[in-house]
Design a protein around this ligand. Structure first.
Ligand SMILES: *Cc1c(COP(=O)(O)O)cnc(C)c1O
Length: 393
């Protein structure tokens, strides 16, 4: 054992020295605007729970009621015995919400990417992939065995060049994040769709951070840019703004039906559980009834951003509620996060490999459940810690 596993100690030590080991905090309360950690109540600016649905009374009730009626586990993969009426109802509601032809759900957003990419392209095909795409897109692309051609981040000229340089392929697919999860900038999707239409290339957008955030009432990036019917595949997650866990693929009906036959996580991994599906259905209903939560999220984000910029923080390129406080080196980001924690605010440091070396940051994630007073308390803490660590003047 000793000889075979010594490399773990060595590599772990290297990570520790570079300030790149995760400190994994344990949450002792529901996920909400405030959380309990180590017995202390902290302001929570760390989660992807954009709309505060993770602990919403209606989702809690819906999950309980569904358990009483249908139990918990599906007991099978979707194509054998794991498809319940609830799964189909959720898929229909999501398609209607997103004004898509059809929708299929998966166990997570990561699984949705692993499902869709290898089902659409394979050996002899090519994927054009934004260099900042999410890890699950990178893994899904590798799994597909298609050739992967990376283009510079959100750089349409470079995408065009890479397409021009890459001719002799069977099928071609462009994949981009919708909202880039670490910087909060938005893909130039209208321009990407234009290029794709000129060249006859399939387009896939992974809108994990745009689902429930962008577009009318959170209908996502395709709605945000009014590109209905022009994006072949829109991947989304039910684990972030929807407050539960799960993934979705919305888009062209033929693609969705093909995924029901060919997507490996649909064929070989068990279906979403009953409480998850029921809670997601309730979240979809809430979003269809009103844009209030989405409006509140954006209001909060705008308040925070304006104040942080006024204080002198560099918040990068963010166009969305994701607010990166750019700090540079990973140890500073770790120190900043620890100081915030001591002051009563939970916001995680993000370093390599999640972002490039030298681009470490604190990612500030507000939610619709933060009150004005929560925001003010948080801003006081950011100001104090920023000055103490000489990040701001
Ligand atoms: C978070 C995220 C995922 C993974 O979603 P899960 O539902 O948590 O598995 C996939 N893609 C992008 C772009 C993400 O930000």
């Amino acid at each position: 054992m000793e000889n075979l596993l010594g490399w773990i100690d060595e590599e772990r030590e290297q990570l520790a020295n570079a300030g790149l080991l995760f400190t994994i905090r344990t949450i002792e309360s529901p996920m909400d605007a405030w959380v309990t950690i180590d017995g202390r109540q902290l302001l929570n600016f760390c989660a992807n729970n954009y709309l505060g649905l993770a602990n919403h009374p209606r989702l809690r009730e819906a999950a309980k009621a569904a358990i009483d009626r249908y139990g918990i586990g599906p007991g099978a993969v979707r194509v054998i015995a794991g498809t319940m009426g609830l799964h189909l109802e959720l898929e229909q509601q999501l398609a209607a919400f997103k004004q898509a032809e059809a929708c299929i759900t998966f166990q997570s957003g990561f699984m949705a990417n692993l499902a869709v990419v290898p089902a659409l392209v394979g050996r002899g095909d090519v994927i054009f992939s934004d260099e900042l795409n999410h890890a699950s897109i990178i893994d899904a692309s590798r799994l597909s065995r298609a050739e992967i051609v990376r283009y510079a981040h959100n750089d349409i000229a470079d995408l065009r060049q890479k397409i021009a340089d890459t001719q002799s392929y069977r099928r071609r697919l462009i994949i981009t994040d919708g909202v880039f999860s670490m910087d909060g900038d938005i893909a130039l999707l209208p321009a990407i769709v234009e290029v794709a239409e000129e060249h006859g290339i399939l387009v896939m957008v992974d809108d994990a951070h745009g689902e429930g955030v962008l577009g009318k009432g959170g209908r996502g990036i395709v709605d945000h840019f009014d590109l209905h019917g022009r994006v072949h595949v829109e991947v989304g997650t039910l684990s972030k703004a929807f407050g539960v866990v799960g993934g979705l693929v919305a888009g062209d009906r033929r693609i969705i039906e093909w995924l029901r036959q060919r997507a490996r996580p649909f064929l070989f991994s068990s279906a979403m559980t009953v409480p998850d599906v029921a809670a997601c259905l309730e979240a979809t209903k809430i979003l269809q009834e009103s844009t209030a939560l989405v409006d509140k999220l954006w209001h909060n984000a705008n308040v925070l951003k304006a104040a942080l910029v006024r204080m002198g923080f560099n918040i990068g390129l963010s166009e969305t509620p994701i607010i990166p406080l750019m700090l540079g080196e990973a140890p500073l980001a770790q120190q900043f996060s620890r100081r915030l924690f001591d002051e009563g605010l939970f916001a995680a440091p993000i370093g390599f490999p999640t972002v490039a070396m030298g681009k470490a940051r604190i990612r500030v994630m507000n939610s619709a459940s933060h009150s004005q007073s929560d925001l003010e308390q948080a801003l006081d803490i950011f100001d104090r810690v920023g000055r103490d660590l000489k990040v701001i003047g």
